[in-house]
Design a protein around this ligand. Structure first.
Ligand SMILES: [Zn+2]
Length: 331
């Protein structure tokens, strides 16, 4: 086949428990258009697949790219995936078990589909287009509903002996009487420093009578508290939010220090909505905390930086997975 006739565009989808992001990419992996929808897992498998399809079709329409120009779609999923068999093994936030997602997507959208774990997708994106571009050894920490991590060693994603590496959200940072974590243990980094944990702590304190501007910012509906509202409260100097976020930064710094001590990476790279919203304010605090816990700490040894990709990390990584599958099939 001549190169000119090959389909060049791919679609990347970041399928989260709360929202679906989709984007159309050109042959140079530049974003041509983006769309966003709520996932609504309560609609069940068929309902969610329909929403993914709508989100993709709307992105294609706004980029004015026809279906026939798409070589493949990549989908990042928050859970364990079996890439070779196109299965979602387990995705707790979506309530999915051994779901043949590739088959279902291909039937609905009529392009080849590739699956990838969402955190691995984000890490690949950081390596190709973000702050990890020129690095061989780094660790990503994505701070969202939970905290996910990706480890790149010698230029390759380190998957561990059974594909379960990178659970940095479950490093224990509060050894005694720490809060219960979603994994069943107590005192994990995720239980004190994820956006989810920060929201829970703020809401619990407000319910006990603590004053906070968050109450006004969310119009009394605490389910609406997301990164944007936390960032606004933090910038306004809200005492409650500042205390809880600063605590979270200290814990993230301890987590980063542990990773630096063990792996000696060129950088620890932070991503996720809260980092995007508060950027440098949090980074300096996290660095300070890490510096206090790293052996032989120096600014070169403790390089903690923003991913530079914000919310796009997931869709870019999914697009990379789609492109890798297309290239493998052409070989
Ligand atoms: Zn945990």
């Amino acid at each position: 086949m001549s190169h000119g006739k090959q389909k060049q565009h791919v679609v990347g989808v970041d399928l989260g428990g709360t929202k679906i992001l989709s984007a159309v990419f050109d042959g140079n992996l530049r974003v041509l258009s983006r769309e966003k929808k709520n996932t609504r897992p309560e609609l069940g498998v068929e309902g969610v697949i329909e929403r993914v399809a709508e989100c993709v079709n709307e992105a294609l329409a706004s980029a004015a790219v026809p279906h026939t120009a798409i070589a493949a779609i990549g989908v990042g999923v928050p859970g364990m995936v079996d890439q070779a068999r196109g299965l979602v093994r387990i995705a707790p936030n979506l309530g999915w078990h051994d779901l043949p997602l590739v088959k279902l997507l291909e039937r609905r959208l009529h392009f080849p589909a590739a699956l990838i774990n969402d955190v691995q997708a984000g890490t690949l994106a950081v390596k190709h287009q973000g702050a990890g571009r020129k690095l061989q050894n780094f660790v990503c920490m994505f701070i969202g509903t939970g905290i996910g991590g990706g480890i790149v060693l010698n230029g390759e994603l380190y998957r561990g002996s059974s594909g379960m590496s990178g659970e940095i959200g479950h490093m224990v940072v509060v050894p005694e009487d720490g809060p219960k974590c979603g994994c069943g243990n107590c005192g994990c980094l995720e239980s004190v420093a994820s956006r989810g944990a920060i929201v829970r702590r703020v809401v619990t304190a407000m319910e006990k009578g603590r004053k906070s501007v968050v109450w006004d910012l969310c119009d009394g509906d605490t389910k609406r508290v997301r990164s944007r509202i936390l960032a606004e409260a933090y910038r306004e100097g809200d005492k409650l939010v500042c205390k809880i976020i600063d605590d979270a930064c200290n814990y993230i710094g301890i987590g980063a220090a542990n990773l630096i001590n063990v792996l000696n990476p060129q950088a620890v790279i932070l991503g996720g909505g809260l980092m995007q919203a508060l950027g440098d304010k949090l980074l300096s605090r996290i660095r300070k905390s890490a510096m206090a816990h790293v052996i032989g700490a120096s600014p070169e040894r403790v390089r903690i930086v923003d991913s530079g990709l914000g919310d796009d990390a997931g869709i870019i990584g999914a697009a990379l997975a789609a492109r890798a599958m297309v290239e493998a099939r052409r070989r």
